[in-house]
Design a protein around this ligand. Structure first.
Ligand code: AMP
Length: 114
């Protein structure tokens, strides 16, 4: 796998608006936000897409979810947010390094998933 833009952000070789970092992941504000809150939660491990995650990644996957919840509280959007993972180009994935979109601050259609 060639190095993704997110691996370069994690390595610090290109800048990003980083709002959180720990041993396992970072969170950055999306450069082209689709909502008032649009954060990307990115594991440091360069898994290309969710379908490539393995049993060994179980704790990491859970960690990303817990970080999403923590950030939602810190950002004051814990009552209404969506987590989105685009898996594969056919689903709109453009950066092939797994990431969770945390989107909030807009009115969500109750029935629509997107
Ligand atoms: P996806 O389409 O699910 O792969 O999402 C990739 C996301 O990364 C898009 O929402 C882009 O706006 C965002 N993005 C791409 N480059 C950067 C960057 N340098 N800093 C922050 N967000 C970025």
């Amino acid at each position: 796998m060639s190095e993704s833009i997110f691996s370069k952000i994690i390595a610090g070789t290109i800048p990003a608006d980083k709002i959180y970092e720990d041993e396992f992941c970072i969170a950055i504000n999306d450069i082209a936000p689709q909502a008032p809150v649009h954060v990307l939660i990115i594991p440091k491990k360069p898994i290309e897409k969710l379908a490539d995650a393995q049993k060994d990644d179980q704790a990491l996957m859970g960690h990303l979810m817990l970080v999403a919840g923590q950030l939602s509280r810190e950002l004051g959007v814990e009552e209404a947010f969506r987590l989105i993972v685009n898996n594969g180009a056919g689903a709109g994935q453009t950066v092939f390094h797994l990431h969770l979109h945390l989107v909030a601050g807009k009115r969500f259609e109750e029935q629509a998933m997107v």
